[in-house]
Design a protein around this ligand. Structure first.
Ligand SMILES: [Zn+2]
Length: 126
């Protein structure tokens, strides 16, 4: 499979896809690098072809949702607690509510990091 590589001089250099990652010489004398992604679909590159940017796996999405839910639930719970204690609306209450929500988010992130390190869980498609 032939691949056209543009050179800085304006010409295109035709190379074979098997030359991916190598440097070829343009007729003008300049060295042109053949990008590694020019390899044809198949083999180890098959998964990458057409997938574009990294995407979250199902586990990744589960953790994103878990993080949002944890923050919301903690925020609501803290609000109810302060309402019960008669502290609702005070500056201290707002501050502690923010700290508790942040703490919940940190816990979810820490759990995700632990899963990643201990079990090799993947949150992104690479
Ligand atoms: Zn050239």
């Amino acid at each position: 499979m032939n691949v056209q590589i543009p050179c800085g001089c304006g010409q295109t250099v035709t190379v074979d896809s098997s030359q991916a990652g190598l440097t070829v010489q343009c007729p003008c004398g300049r060295e042109v690098e053949v990008p590694a992604w020019q390899r044809p679909p198949g083999g180890e590159d098959r998964e990458r072809a057409g997938s574009g940017a990294s995407r979250l796996t199902e586990l990744g999405w589960a953790f994103v949702i878990l993080a949002v839910v944890a923050v919301l639930v903690t925020g609501v719970a803290a609000g109810s607690l302060y309402e019960f204690l008669g502290l609702q609306g005070t500056r201290e209450a707002r501050k502690f509510r923010a700290i508790m929500s942040g703490g919940a988010l940190l816990l979810v992130c820490a759990a995700g990091a632990a899963l990643r390190v201990v079990f090799g869980a993947r949150f992104y498609r690479e």
